[in-house]
Design a protein around this ligand. Structure first.
Ligand code: X90
Length: 276
């Protein structure tokens, strides 16, 4: 019995040591350039190139065949997709699961619309790897994941919503608010997998304080935290230090956003996945 974990690249998980793991890429397109989200993308250069170009930029999700290829050869699959409310990745994965189960009726596919992205997806992937390592059955793991998902959350802090607005992922009205100089939008992935604004903060210190306040308000009490930043390691470290003053033993890890998350989170952006 082979177990495999598959997630789309919005999770920023490109490899998982000791686990049969595959990712399926989203893509960023600008004029004649294409950035397929893999760990080899030079994200800093991508951001510079996109800044220098005035052409419209858009993104595209993996298609059914991308997911299907990632499933191929495994008996039991656990698959995680970016919120279906903002991307077609989950729909493509649904079709891939149907196809895969038709071709291999003996196989099993657990597929989750994470209603989220980035580091919350990482938490789900990591938990899955742990459950597999613990020798749990497909059904036990599926039930545990559905339950665990109720206790994982995503917050974000963004300095700009430009790319989200330009690509129709949040309304223009929100963009006008975010456009006010020096304001950062702290928000969360809503229950239906959309961006929900929680507060506007001026400056980095206030926004880090704001994020941590929101975490506590939403039930954080020392669980795992994964922070993905777009060219903003210092802010991620400050948030991590702040959490550790209350919870010195907390399992916190920081990472740089991959291509897709960097494109939408934009320079300075933070994505925070945490357990309540
Ligand atoms: O299918 C596609 O082309 C991809 C579209 C993805 C759009 C959203 C990406 C968001 C990345 C931004 C802040 C956190 C958002 C919370 C989501 C519920 C990160």
């Amino acid at each position: 019995m082979t177990y495999r974990i598959v997630a789309d690249s919005s999770s920023n998980v490109y490899e998982l040591k000791g686990t049969d793991y595959r990712f399926v890429s989203l893509t960023i397109n600008c004029e004649d350039k294409e950035y397929v989200d893999t760990p080899t993308v030079d994200v800093n250069k991508m951001i510079e190139d996109l800044k220098a170009s005035s052409a419209p930029t858009h993104t595209s999700c993996p298609n059914m065949m991308d997911w299907l290829n990632a499933f191929e050869g495994a008996d039991c699959i656990f698959a995680f997709a970016i919120t279906g409310n903002l991307s077609g990745s989950y729909s493509a994965a649904v079709r891939a699961r149907e196809e895969y189960l038709q071709q291999h009726p003996e196989c099993k596919v657990y597929l989750l619309d994470t209603l989220s992205t980035g580091p919350e997806m990482r938490l789900l992937v990591e938990r899955t790897a742990q459950l597999i390592a613990d020798g749990k059955s497909f059904d036990e793991i599926s039930a545990a994941l559905t339950k665990y998902h109720q206790h994982t959350h995503l917050l974000f802090c963004l300095c700009s919503l430009d790319n989200l607005v330009k690509n129709g992922r949040v309304s223009q009205a929100k963009a006008i608010l975010a456009g006010v100089l020096g304001l950062r939008i702290v928000g969360k992935a809503s229950a239906v997998g959309t961006l929900e604004e929680l507060r506007k903060c001026r400056g980095e210190k206030r926004s880090i304080d704001g994020i941590y306040d929101e975490m506590k308000k939403h039930g954080y009490h020392g669980g795992k935290v994964r922070i993905a930043h777009c060219q903003n390691a210092p802010a991620a470290e400050k948030l991590s230090d702040k959490i550790r003053t209350d919870f010195p033993a907390a399992d916190i890890q920081l990472e740089a956003c991959g291509a897709l998350c960097s494109f939408y989170a934009e320079e300075g952006g933070l994505l925070i996945g945490y357990e309540d």
